[in-house]
Design a protein around this ligand. Structure first.
Ligand SMILES: Nc1nc2c(ncn2[C@@H]2O[C@H](COP(=O)(O)OP(=O)(O)OP(=O)(O)O)[C@@H](O)[C@H]2O)c(=O)[nH]1
Ligand SMILES: [Mg+2]
Length: 459
């Protein structure tokens, strides 16, 4: 993968009007290009500016007319965000002003930056590793404080540090096994130590993988879908769980048609809560589409909250939906609604059996059971004590860890079954390859494209 050697520019602050806008230029010609649009008050050339010192300057157009007054900061390679020469122009925060400043830089020879290109350059210049680059995006988009603290951990390089320790252990294990191939007659005590090291790394990766659902939940949010028969009280629960009158509630069965989605936060975890149309056979075309969408939403969500109408009790339809989703191995919580009017104690025994204990009696009216719903759902992802433990931050990282873990598992069984050293060596090399993909030492252009295209322009 080659570094591009052109110079890029973009507005780094959000579009619209604000206090200031920052226009950023990065690349080998950053000083030369910015120098054409920026005049220092001292009259000295921009290149004479001390790196990291802010100076007031005029931004001028090709005819020398002043467009704006701005603060200018020069950062010299390699001590900058991208690792290249960077100039940041902090101009007044108007949409037209910042666009005009950017246009002047483009006229002077810069190319418009692609989404995430500054961060991509930081990665390509070796300033940050790939999982740190991902952490930049997680940090910017963090939906809750807990998400933010985990993103900050990865941005500080804590995950990369762990991976480097594993790599070191595995490289020395690899060396021991390679020596075993080269000198088979020597009984090398180093092999035993090497095997113990592989076991340790395998265990530590497994522990990190156990927290993968939590890591992904913190970044993406957990989709929780309320489903159940018409009039069961789904929309009432939806509103009560959001503490907002978001969905229409009436005593008419079949009120909700569209799927409603709202973001919220339960016990520090980001949640996307879905309300759906009541499940039933119907000849009403609008409702029929609603029911189809409800089933689709439930089949795609991470957690299904099945609402049994507490005023009616468990029906045959309830039983078959619950059994279907249990059989599919879905995360399923059954909520019996309207607990304020009909505490259906008699059905508890059957519910316990049917749901393996995964049910809650709740009332949208009194608030009973709402906290229990939140705790039960988030409990699938977090037991609450992992705040300080490291978690993976993307499906890509989880995939690399899984592959490393399975190769190490194969290495260990090959060793236990008495295969020759070269088999273990192949497995160890595969594990090391997976780990080097995680930090980006070895990664395809396609993967980079996928990661950086999710960034905004200017980041
Ligand atoms: N007493 C009591 N009534 C409730 C409770 N929750 C809902 N209801 C009543 O049950 C009726 C249906 O409530 P909704 O929330 O609209 O039910 P739904 O499941 O969304 O219904 P559809 O959208 O038609 O599928 C309304 O008359 C609500 O006032 C509750 O906790 N206690
Ligand atoms: Mg409804």
């Amino acid at each position: 993968m080659k570094m591009k050697d052109d110079t890029i520019a973009a507005i780094a602050t959000p579009p619209g009007t604000g206090g200031i806008s920052i226009v950023r230029v990065s690349g080998p010609d950053a000083l030369k290009i910015a120098g054409q649009a920026v005049r220092l008050r001292s009259g000295k050339p921009l290149a004479s500016l001390k790196p990291w010192a802010a100076r007031l300057a005029s931004v001028v157009d090709a005819r020398g007319a002043q467009v704006d007054e701005a603060l200018v900061v020069v950062m010299k390679s390699p001590r900058s965000y991208t690792g290249e020469d960077v100039v940041e122009i902090q101009c007044h925060g108007g949409r037209l002003v910042s666009e005009k400043v950017l246009a002047l830089l483009l006229e002077a020879g810069a190319r418009p930056a692609e989404p995430g290109e500054f961060t991509r350059r930081a990665f390509l210049s070796g300033r940050i590793t790939l999982e740190e680059a991902e952490a930049v995006l997680e940090l910017v988009e963090a939906p809750t404080e807990y998400s933010l603290s985990q993103a900050a951990k990865r941005l500080r390089g804590e995950l990369g540090q762990r991976v480097r320790e594993w790599e070191e252990s595995l490289y020395s294990a690899l060396a021991a096994y390679q020596a075993g191939i080269d000198f088979p007659e020597d009984v090398d005590p180093g092999l035993e130590r090497a095997t113990r090291e592989i076991e340790r790394v395998h265990r530590e990766i497994a522990a990190l993988l156990e927290r993968a659902p939590l890591g992904l939940a913190l970044v993406n949010g957990i989709e929780v879908c309320l489903v159940g028969p018409p009039n069961a009280g789904k929309s009432s629960l939806f509103n009560a769980l959001l503490s907002a009158e978001r969905a229409i509630v009436t005593e008419v069965p079949g009120t909700t048609r569209d799927v409603l989605r709202e973001r919220t936060e339960w016990n520090g975890l980001p949640v996307i809560l879905l309300d759906t149309a009541g499940l039933r056979e119907t000849s009403d075309i609008v409702e029929m589409i609603g029911v189809e969408r409800a089933e689709k939403a439930a089949s795609e969500s991470e957690v299904i909250v099945y609402v049994v109408d507490g005023a009616v009790g468990l029906t045959g339809a309830d039983r078959s939906w619950i059994e279907k989703w249990r059989k599919e191995g879905r995360r399923l919580l059954v909520v019996v609604s309207k607990a304020d009017v009909s505490p259906r104690k008699a059905e508890e025994e059957e519910l316990r059996k049917l749901t393996h204990g995964s049910f809650v009696l709740a009332s949208a009216k009194t608030g009973e059971g709402l906290e229990e719903i939140k705790t039960k759902v988030t409990g699938w992802f977090s037991r609450g004590g992992e705040m300080d433990l490291l978690v993976p931050g993307s499906a890509r990282q989880v995939d690399c860890l899984r592959r490393a873990s399975s190769s190490l598992g194969e290495a260990l069984s090959a060793q236990a079954e008495g295969w020759t050293e070269d088999v273990v060596v192949i497995c160890l090399e595969e594990a090391l390859r997976a780990l080097s993909e995680l930090t980006g030492k070895n990664v395809s252009e396609e993967t980079l494209e996928q990661i950086f295209s999710r960034f905004c322009v200017g980041k």
